[in-house]
Design a protein around this ligand. Structure first.
Ligand SMILES: Cc1cc2nc3c(=O)[nH]c(=O)nc-3n(C[C@H](O)[C@H](O)[C@H](O)COP(=O)(O)OP(=O)(O)OC[C@H]3O[C@@H](n4cnc5c(N)ncnc54)[C@H](O)[C@@H]3O)c2cc1C
Length: 391
């Protein structure tokens, strides 16, 4: 398959035809549209809402590796992706003159129980072995007795001390997608339609019906519609009865506090406290498999905020300036879902990033784009590929 090879039976059936239709302008679809646009493809990016305002409109932006023990291909993929993201972000920031709020400022994990220190020391050795970049840099999972700044977090009761993970980074999700959007809008060969949904997609004739009433033919389509991608893809897999994935609700908040943004984010038992630029600290996240109200916040978020205030006394009186809820795309097989559909190779899945999309979306988009070119240069773990999810 070569670029620009439009589906054979397009002529006349679908009005306009593009090389690549990208459905969904979250972090996944934005990277995909950008990569294809940079390569010169004629791209149409459609989003039923506003670009970047689905699950990608969060506050946290924690960019963290898997644990450094029991190393495998999946952990290596994520490690490499998190490493290359730094360069990709810097290039984008230079191109656009905007900031993604990115910094490799690390992660601090308090160890409330003494036995956790032994485990952490084993991981310290694992990180020495596995957290090494090809450019010679290495990163630490360092066991320490003192937090990096007094009160960040309170040290009392942390009987095992702390772990400082020097590999972790953070970015501001809204600033991050704004940078991607600006870069895409600067590409004349990428057309963006906001407030326009994909209503129907016909794989056989390579055409799509949009909610605007228009139809479009395509050479390839990347389905990056977040949690809504699962039923969309399922419709294209007639033999498939079980859902491919689900939506998992998450809630987060932002506090205004003059905290040094170079401090590491804190992670303890599902609670994240993430310092960002501009006197903002993000707090999150809930993880809810069942919910009645997808987009409102409730008591569960207030509990996280209370825990954050207790863990970090500096936040005791910090005002909460925003609360937000979104739906993460989680594949039933848990890993991201990426690549061409078995009997409809023009259709490429790009979803299921669940809690880690921001750190790996650029590499998953590379893999999706390679599928558009009929290549498989990006070595994604087999468990990310569609056949694994269908099995
Ligand atoms: C509270 C919370 C905290 C999180 N924290 C982190 C974190 O710290 N680090 C991290 O890496 N990840 C985090 N995540 C997860 C991350 O935000 C998501 O995995 C990621 O945003 C998913 O991106 P996406 O592009 O797949 O989906 P989305 O961002 O949801 O984008 C999908 C887009 O598709 C569009 N769409 C849907 N249907 C259609 C249709 N029919 N036609 C056209 N467009 C359509 C939607 O409008 C939407 O814009 C968090 C998520 C939440 C909710």
């Amino acid at each position: 398959m070569t670029v620009g090879d439009k589906a054979p039976n397009l002529a006349g059936q679908w009005g306009h035809a593009v090389d690549l239709l990208v459905v969904g302008g979250g972090v996944m679809g934005l990277w995909a549209a950008l990569k294809a646009g940079r390569a010169g493809l004629d791209v149409l990016l459609v989003d039923e809402g506003r670009l970047g305002q689905g699950a990608s409109y969060g506050h946290l932006g924690a960019l963290m590796a898997h644990m450094p023990d029991k190393w495998n291909a999946k952990k290596q993929f994520q490690f490499d992706a998190l490493l290359s993201l730094e360069t990709e972000v810097r290039v984008l920031e230079t191109e656009t003159g905007l900031s993604a709020g990115y910094a490799r400022s690390g992660r601090l994990i308090p160890l409330p129980k003494p036995h956790l220190r032994d485990i952490a020391q084993r991981h310290e050795a694992d990180a020495k072995l596995n957290w090494n970049a090809v450019d010679g840099r290495s990163f630490e999972w360092r066991v320490t007795d003192v937090p990096p700044a007094p009160g960040w977090p309170q040290a009392e009761g942390m009987e095992g001390g702390f772990v400082l993970d020097t590999f972790a980074a953070r970015a501001n999700p809204r600033a991050f997608t704004a940078v991607l959007i600006a870069a895409i809008r600067a590409l004349p060969n990428v057309t963006v339609l906001e407030g326009v949904a994909l209503d129907n997609l016909d794989a056989a004739s390579a055409g799509a019906a949009l909610s605007s009433g228009e139809t479009v033919g395509f050479s390839h389509a990347i389905i990056a519609a977040g949690y809504k991608a699962f039923p969309m893809l399922q419709r294209l897999l007639p033999a498939r009865e079980e859902p491919l994935g689900m939506a998992v609700k998450g809630q987060s908040a932002v506090m205004a506090a003059e905290i040094d943004p170079s401090l590491p984010l804190i992670f303890l038992d599902g609670l994240y406290v993430v310092p960002h630029e501009g006197g903002r600290v993000a707090i999150g996240s809930t993880s809810e498999n069942t919910f009645d109200e997808p987009f409102t916040t409730d008591e569960q978020l207030e509990e996280l905020i209370a825990r954050a205030r207790q863990l970090v006394p500096m936040l005791k009186d910090a005002p909460v300036i925003d609360r937000w809820a979104g739906l993460r795309p989680k594949a039933m097989a848990r890993d991201p879902l990426v690549g061409p559909l078995p009997d409809a190779e023009r259709i490429i899945a790009l979803t299921g990033g669940f809690k880690v999309s921001f750190g790996i979306a650029h590499r998953l988009a590379d893999a999706a784009f390679q599928s558009v070119l009929g290549l498989a240069d990006v070595d994604i773990p087999p468990s990310f590929r569609v056949p694994h999810h269908l099995g």
